[in-house]
Design a protein around this ligand. Structure first.
Ligand code: FAD
Length: 385
């Protein structure tokens, strides 16, 4: 088994990292502080091709594989892109764009993908509802077919890019009796009468991404806006969640690697008791733990992408392990990164402060740590019985 990146992949990673340092990072600190989405940074991502890496060229993409998407994500994090921007990118490219790519008709792909690839349009995906988060099968948004239209009613919440998106992938119940097989996916365009985004929510971390509710009140959409077949919505959502639990985590790995070198450098220059704090074993152990985290997290995240590239469909176990590890092990490691910086680490000027706030989302979004443990345990139980 070869764990090394090819020369081409290494060069690509360096190119994305350099681009991020020069063209993206300068916008990030202010965007995070103000809790504002940076259109400038978004445009740069689109122009560089990072919003559509794995889309086919005919739709404005780069025809890359999932591993390349992870390499780009890691390089963005390492180059200083903030968690909000990379979350907005993930929701747009993977949760919305990839869902259209894999399930859309030729007409749907032609209509949406080129504009999503360039960044001219922003996409989002609405699964979560006020009363249905972890229990996604309990969603109550309905889509009722009347002739050549579907009528949608319901509310989605915590939707990344919700206030900005030109197109939303919306999951709704089409057959209440059919349980998981009664959910379908739809494309809803901004401006459709009855479809409104709520106010932008103010958040602990990933602050430069926009998050809101989406309200649907008698929203009429043509039957052509059904994505995939009726009743396949839950399977479609599972594919999106697999991205949520792999490529979307890669920027956290990169950001943690950057924090590792920041911490190592800081520990050498910061002197207390007449010596570098790097001379103290307590600090050395924290840095060693960070290094172990980065190496292990990278392998777990890349494994999901590699499996996808080998044609292995839906890697629930591997994706849940990666997601759980990045969230539950990443959180204490980020806390220690702040600790190494002492009082300075608590200050906004030091990137570890932002990382600490951003990483918390890895324990919640795309399925909480408790749910990842539940999936892993359930699969182990099934295999044992
Ligand atoms: C910044 C942000 C961006 C998001 N973006 C999107 C998006 O773009 N699209 C989208 O659809 N959703 C999005 N979400 C929603 C996210 O996926 C949900 O918040 C998440 O799945 C948890 O659901 P919940 O918030 O309703 O928590 P709940 O499900 O209410 O969970 C509350 C607590 O109970 C625990 N719990 C629940 N059930 C169990 C159980 N069976 N066993 C043990 N513990 C349990 C949970 O682990 C958690 O600790 C986003 C969330 C955030 C915070």
């Amino acid at each position: 088994m070869d764990f090394a990146l090819t020369d081409e992949q290494k060069m690509f990673k360096e190119t994305v990292k350099k681009f991020t340092e020069e063209s993206i990072a300068p916008y990030c600190e202010e965007a995070d502080l103000k809790g504002e989405f940076s259109r400038e940074a978004w445009q740069q991502l689109g122009e560089f091709g990072l919003l559509s890496l794995h889309f086919p060229e005919e739709y404005g993409g780069q025809d890359s594989d999932a591993l390349t998407a992870c390499i780009a994500g890691e390089a963005l994090g390492e180059g200083g892109a903030d968690g909000g921007l990379v979350l907005a990118m993930g929701a747009h490219t993977y949760l919305c764009g990839d869902t259209i790519l894999n399930n859309g008709t030729a007409a749907q792909k032609e209509k949406y993908l080129p504009k999503l690839a360039s960044g001219e349009w922003i996409g989002c995906m609405g699964l979560t509802e006020p009363d249905a988060g972890s229990d996604a099968a309990a969603i109550s948004t309905t889509a009722v077919k009347e002739g050549d239209r579907y009528i949608l009613n319901g509310t989605k919440t915590f939707i990344t890019n919700g206030p900005l998106a030109e197109v939303a992938v919306i999951f709704a119940v089409t057959n209440k009796e059919a349980g998981h097989f009664g959910v379908s996916a739809f494309l809803v365009d901004k401006g459709t009468p009855g479809f409104e985004a709520g106010k932008k929510m103010n958040k602990l971390g990933v602050r430069s991404s926009t998050t809101s509710e989406l309200f649907m009140d008698e929203v009429e959409i043509p039957v052509e806006n059904l994505l995939g077949q009726e009743g396949t919505g839950f399977i479609i959502a599972l594919h999106a969640l697999e991205w949520d639990r792999s490529a979307l985590l890669a920027p956290f790995v990169g950001a943690m690697n950057r924090a590792l070198s920041d911490c190592a450098n800081y520990a050498i220059v910061r002197k207390q008791f007449g010596r570098s704090i790097a001379d103290f074993q307590a600090i050395q152990h924290k840095i060693a733990d960070m290094k172990v985290f980065v190496e292990a997290a990278r392998l777990l995240v890349y494994r999901v992408a590699w499996n996808k590239d080998q044609g292995k469909d839906l890697n629930h176990m591997e994706a849940s392990i990666a997601k759980l590890f990045v969230g539950d092990w990443g959180m204490p490691v980020a806390s220690e990164a702040v600790q190494i910086h002492g009082g300075y680490g608590f200050m906004h000027e030091y990137p570890v402060e932002r990382l600490f706030r951003d990483v918390k989302l890895a324990q919640i979004g795309g399925g909480t740590s408790e749910i990842q443990r539940m999936i892993i345990a359930r699969m182990l139980k099934e295999r044992a019985s």
